[in-house]
Structure formats: structure tokens, C-alpha cells
Write a protein that binds this ligand. Structure first.
Ligand code: NAD
Length: 499
């Protein structure tokens, strides 16, 4: 566990019931504000964050080891954009929504209302510690939920920073509470009384949370891992594909759920692709400065997984074209791992099947579109994928065949940055979606309402049934049959009304 300002950040487990008590009280106040009042708090938060940009970058970069430009663009900018989306669209997306009423329910009107669920528990990981905590928190807040956030123990300074941001932006007390600690704290919070759990993290933890939540039927969203494929066809813009592969694989030192973790290249361009890839990867700069490209591995535990995957591949015949094999890594306090390109890789190796979450790019050639689709789909994950071709019809055809929550054409990762798009995975990559309209609505109960003026004594389908069966036969035949008859429908309906 890290120590911040000499203070161990650990919420005592015994205090967890008090977090829920306070959250429930804050909820009663917060949900009764008008949505525009809640939006004003979000706006203050956005302005306060923009005033503090340099400080935010400093804390995030220090706590994660990522380069400053990535702290600014991938953590802060994305959070600000999410706040702005919510300010712009929250009232419409969460407002009362008029729905159609079918003809056979004539005389009524229908609508849906979105109501906050209560206390939302958000548990977040360390790789984008600001964005992946803040976006679900603010998405839950706007409809009137109170939130308890348990950020990752691996990046406690950012956890403390988030607590500070909500205080400084003037949020009412206990509407957002940040609890600190590791898996014991996370697990104890899950066993509390949340009305919804939003989890981002590993498949293993996601399954444990889902199992616990199921005991009380607590609804969840699970945003889990990935093993994202990149398919490069021979007609792709080669330079762009190489640059995209490098950024997609090595941004945040590969610690991205949507990293490019495996590349399939059409055999016709395999050799020039590899040549260019190696040339360009060798230009990348490791370090923590503002002009560096690849930062540190944030979580020391991740190093052993990366090492295991590389060693498994090398022992089965794979070749390393850049970087160094694990026995030559010099990892003391600073976990910098040079970016690696691997070839002669087999689809069944760990490096192609398990999430590596490090700066490694394995590349395999393919011969046909069908083979590329088969290889890309041959995974227990399905978070993101990319398809590279100058023939956009072909690229879209392949995108349709991929079993994945997101696809990018001639680019990487970027769907997550478009806040209008729902984001989430299929298979082991998770359950549910956030971002976009759905990302606000998941934090609400939907109540469907139908309203009748209440003037008639009874409805046609109510008791008594005497004499109604033949009329219903006739009504159904007139309305749903091959030859619709409005006259027949009206006649049977009027008869039913008189019964
Ligand atoms: P993790 O599962 O180890 O931890 C995530 C969070 O869960 C942390 O806050 C941790 O303290 C908490 N936790 C751990 N055990 C718990 C338990 N038993 N009960 C409750 N909470 C518990 O994941 P991580 O190592 O922090 O993050 C890396 C993983 O997150 C990778 O697999 C990555 O792909 C995934 N991820 C997914 C997305 C996405 O949007 N799909 C985004 C980023 C990261």
C-alpha cells in the first residue's frame, strides 16, 4: 500500500456502514435538487479542474509514472469532455420521455421516467485513475444518486485528488465520498448496501463482485479486460497503420484495456510492415519528461505477468525484434520496460490469448479476410478491435463480423473518447455499457407510466367476459390478419365497448 503525505490511506472496514448511512442521507437531499442545480455543481467542477490543469497533471504523472501528455489527454481531457457531455445532454436524456401507445390501447398516454437508484458504489482501477473513476461518478451524480468511490490502492494520490476536487468544487457534503484501501475495502463495500455497483478492473475481480452482488440482486456494470486485435489489410495506408499500431500498443506503456495487444497483417505487406514497425519503435523515448513517449509500468505486480507472457512466447519459438528479453530488464525503483515487437508468434501462446497489459506487440501474418476474422474472434475477450484498409466497404464488412464491443476503422482505441458512443465489452470483457445516453440511464430506475383520463366505467378486456370471445376473435383477425380491415376492427371494438 502506498503512503501519501506519510499517511497510510486505508478506510477502516468497521467504518463502512457509516459511509452508507451518510450516503443515504446525502441522497435524500441531492435527488431533490433540480437537475439544473446538480448541473451547476458539475460545471463548477469542470471550471475548477481547468484552473488546476498543471497540478492535476503533476499528481497523475507522479502517481502512475505515465508521461505528462498522457495524463493530460487521456485522463483529464476525457473527464472534462464527459462533464461537458452531461451538462449538454443530461436534462434531455434523463427527462420524462413520451412513448407511443398502440392503437389497441386507445385513449391512454405513455411515458418513461428516470429516477435515481440511491447509493452507487464505483470501484475503479489504476491505469487511468482519474478518468475511470470520475466518468462513472459524475454519470451517476447527475440523475441524483449519492456515490461512494473506492479508487485503486495502487494510485492513492489520485484517489485523494478526486476527494479534493469534489470538495473544492463545492459539492454538498457526502454526496461523493471517497474511501481508500485495497481489495479488502472493495470487497467490504460490495457487501454493504449499494443500490448499484459500477466496476472497472480485471475479469477475476469482476466475477467476484458479480457473484457477491447476485446474492442481493444488486445490478452491476462490469468494465473488464481486453486483448484487442488489429487487422491490417494489404491496401491499408502502411505508414499510418504502423504509427497506429505503435501508439495503440505502447500508449500508457500498454496498460490500456483497449491496447492493441495483437496485430494480424496480410502476408503481402508483412515484411515491409515489420521493417517499418521496428524502425519506428526504435525511435521511441522512454522517460517521465514532457517530451518522452513511454512512461513507467504503474503497478509492479504487472511486471511478472508481462514477463511470463514474453518468456512463454520466447520458449515456444517467438523472436523479439526490439526491446530486450526479461532477463535483461533493469527494474529497480523505476519500472521502465522498452517496447517490444514479437514475431513468429503462435495464436495459442499466452501473449495472444491472455491480457498482457504491457509494452509488447506480437504480429502474425494472414492470407485471407476469413482467416483474419477468425483469428481476431479467437479470443475470450471482446472489448475493441481495429480494421485497416483503404477499401472502407471491406473494412466495414469485417467490422460487422467482429465479436466485440467497439471497432475502429483506420484508427485505434478512439471510440472511448467519443462520449456520444456507448462503451463496453462482450464475452469476458464485461457486462453493460456506459458513456452516451445509456451511460446516464443505467444509474436510474426506469418507470414506465400509462395514464388514462379515467372517464369510462370499464375497459373492454375487463370482466365480465360473457359474449366477448367471438368479438375478440373478430378484432384480432381484422387487425393482425393478412387483410387488415379497419371497418371490422371498429365494429368489433364498438361491440366490445357495449358489452
Ligand atoms: P483489479 O481488478 O485488480 O482492481 C480494480 C479495483 O477493484 C481496485 O480498486 C481494487 O482495489 C478493487 N478490488 C480488488 N479486489 C476486489 C474485490 N474482491 N472486491 C471488490 N473490489 C476489489 O484491476 P486493476 O489491476 O486495478 O486494473 C487493471 C484491469 O482493469 C485490467 O484487466 C484492465 O483491462 C481492466 N480495465 C478495464 C477497463 C474497461 O473499461 N473495460 C478500463 C481500464 C482497465
Amino acid at each position: 500500500m502506498k503512503v501519501v503525505n506519510d499517511k497510510l490511506l486505508n478506510t477502516p472496514i468497521a467504518e463502512i456502514p457509516e459511509y452508507y448511512e451518510r450516503a443515504k442521507k446525502a441522497y435524500l437531499f441531492w435527488k431533490n435538487l433540480h437537475i439544473h442545480e446538480r448541473m451547476a455543481y458539475l460545471r463548477n467542477l469542470r471550471h475548477y479542474m481547468v484552473d488546476q490543469l498543471e497540478e492535476l497533471v503533476e499528481v497523475i504523472a507522479k502517481d502512475t509514472g505515465k508521461v505528462p501528455v498522457e495524463a493530460l489527454t487521456a485522463d483529464i481531457l476525457t473527464t472534462l469532455d464527459a462533464i461537458q457531455y452531461i451538462e449538454k445532454h443530461g436534462p434531455r436524456v434523463l427527462g420524462k420521455r413520451r412513448m407511443k401507445t398502440p392503437l389497441l390501447l386507445f385513449g391512454k398516454k405513455s411515458y418513461v421516467e428516470y429516477k435515481p437508484r440511491g447509493v452507487v458504489l464505483v470501484i475503479s482501477p489504476w491505469n487511468f485513475p482519474l478518468q475511470l473513476a470520475m466518468v462513472p461518478v459524475i454519470s451517476a451524480l447527475i440523475s441524483g444518486n449519492a456515490v461512494i468511490l473506492k479508487p485503486s490502492e495502487v494510485t492513492p494520490m489520485v484517489g485523494r485528488l478526486i476527494e479534493d476536487l469534489f470538495q473544492k468544487a463545492g459539492f454538498p457534503q457526502d454526496v461523493v465520498q471517497v474511501a481508500h484501501g485495497g481489495k479488502e475495502a472493495g470487497s467490504a463495500f460490495v457487501q454493504g448496501e449499494p443500490d448499484y455497483i459500477f466496476f472497472t478492473g480485471s475479469v477475476r475481480t469482476g466475477k467476484m463482485i458479480q457473484e457477491e452482488a447476485a446474492k442481493k440482486l444488486i445490478p452491476t456494470t462490469l468494465e473488464l479486460g481486453g486483448k484487442d486485435p488489429m487487422i491490417v489489410f494489404a491496401d491499408a495506408n502502411l505508414k499510418r497503420a504502423v504509427h497506429g499500431a505503435i501508439w495503440g500498443a505502447f500508449t500508457n506503456a500498454g496498460q490500456v484495456c483497449m491496447s492493441v495487444e495483437r496485430v494480424y497483417v496480410e502476408r503481402k505487406i508483412y515484411d515491409p510492415f515489420i521493417k517499418k514497425l521496428v524502425e519506428e519503435v526504435n525511435q521511441l523515448k522512454l522517460g517521465s519528461g514532457m517530451n518522452d513517449d513511454i512512461g513507467m509500468i504503474t503497478y509492479p505486480g504487472q511486471v511478472s505477468i508481462i514477463r511470463e507472457h514474453i518468456e512463454d512466447a520466447l520458449s515456444k519459438g517467438a523472436k523479439l525484434l526490439t526491446g530486450t528479453s526479461p532477463e535483461h530488464w533493469i527494474l529497480d525503483k523505476e519500472l521502465f520496460i522498452p517496447p517490444m515487437v514479437l514475431v513468429d508468434v503462435g495464436q495459442d501462446m499466452k501473449i495472444m490469448q491472455e491480457e498482457t497489459f504491457g509494452p509488447v506487440l506480437p504480429v502474425i501474418p494472414f492470407d485471407s479476410e476469413d482467416e483474419a476474422v477468425h483469428l481476431a474472434n479467437d479470443s475470450s475477450f471482446g472489448l475493441n478491435a481495429s480494421v485497416w484498409s483503404s477499401d472502407l466497404r471491406k473494412a466495414e464488412r469485417v467490422a460487422t463480423r467482429l465479436v466485440t464491443g467497439n471497432v475502429v476503422i483506420n484508427d485505434v482505441i478512439i471510440t472511448v473518447a467519443n462520449h456520444y458512443l456507448p462503451f463496453g465489452g462482450v464475452k469476458q470483457s464485461g457486462i453493460g455499457r456506459y458513456h452516451g445516453e445509456i451511460g446516464l440511464q443505467i444509474f436510474c430506475h426506469q418507470t414506465s407510466v400509462m395514464s388514462d383520463k379515467g372517464k369510462r366505467e370499464r375497459e373492454v378486456n375487463w370482466f365480465p367476459y360473457e359474449g366477448k370471445l367471438p368479438l375478440f376473435f373478430s378484432l384480432i383477425r381484422s387487425y393482425f390478419g393478412k387483410h387488415r380491415s379497419w371497418g371490422g376492427l371498429l365494429k368489433s371494438y364498438l361491440h366490445l365497448l357495449r358489452k
